[in-house]
Ligand binder design. Structure first.
Ligand SMILES: [Zn+2]
Ligand SMILES: [Zn+2]
Length: 236
């Protein structure tokens, strides 16, 4: 069950993450307007204090990111609703940081996007050598633990972390059922069908979504890293 506005472009990055096109934030808004969207939700990759993690803005860029998106919100208020969010991993050691982000009331959504995980306090998956299976299940379980905190308004590409497990297994069946049960138990947190994943080998898993079922709340995200990536939205 898709629970978003049909005219919303959800899950948009900015140049700050370092792996998106070097264009202004406004370029995305202009493109969205041209395509007839009524809402655009930026969720750039969140920084963490100390800047320990790659592929994201620096912590000292966060204020400027928020200011930029809020300025666009004001500038375009009569034409399109501009929302400011973050795509962010769940790391248990940073619980106070999530609480601060939420308390600041600066973000319309914290979108859980588990690209890395914390194996034990202060030790991350990139610090140790893990098999593809261990890495995938570590990410998957971190998503489940993240949902339990209720810090996050939605879960981005929940099936993407299974990319390197090509064959669906009974273990994945069990893990998916647990994830959906936890998401449901914590307020039916929406799960994101990621349009960019659908275009990549093995990142979008039909077996996963079959277990989620037709009735569970679902968002559809562009995961745009360039204004032209928003074109994918037309397939919605
Ligand atoms: Zn990205
Ligand atoms: Zn993303």
């Amino acid at each position: 069950m898709i629970v978003m506005d049909k005219k919303e472009m959800f899950h948009v990055h900015t140049y700050r993450c370092g792996h998106a096109k070097p264009v202004s934030d406004e370029a995305y808004v202009i493109r969205a307007l041209q395509m007839g969207a009524k809402k655009i939700t930026f969720t750039d990759h969140a920084p963490f204090p100390g800047n320990f993690f790659a592929n994201r803005m620096r912590y000292d860029e966060l204020d400027e990111y928020v200011a930029s998106i809020r300025a666009l919100q004001e500038q375009y208020q009569d034409k399109i609703e501009v929302r400011c969010g973050l795509e962010i991993e769940y790391f248990p050691s940073f619980r106070t940081y999530y609480e601060e982000l939420i308390a600041s009331e600066r973000f319309d959504i914290l979108l859980l996007g588990q690209h890395l995980f914390e194996c034990k306090p202060g030790v991350y998956n990139f610090d140790v050598s893990l098999s593809d299976q261990e890495n995938a299940m570590g990410l998957f379980n971190a998503q489940i633990e993240g949902l339990k905190t209720e810090y996050f308004g939605a879960l981005a590409h929940p099936d993407r972390c299974l990319q390197k497990i090509p064959d669906w297994t009974p273990e994945l069946d069990r893990a998916t059922k647990e994830l959906v049960a936890v998401a449901r138990q914590h307020g039916s947190i929406p799960l994101e069908k990621n349009l960019a994943s659908m275009r990549s080998e093995n990142m979008y898993r039909e077996s996963f979504w079959k277990i989620v079922g037709e009735d569970y709340p679902v968002l559809v995200g562009c995961d745009a890293h360039a204004p032209e990536d928003l074109k994918i939205w037309e397939e919605l």
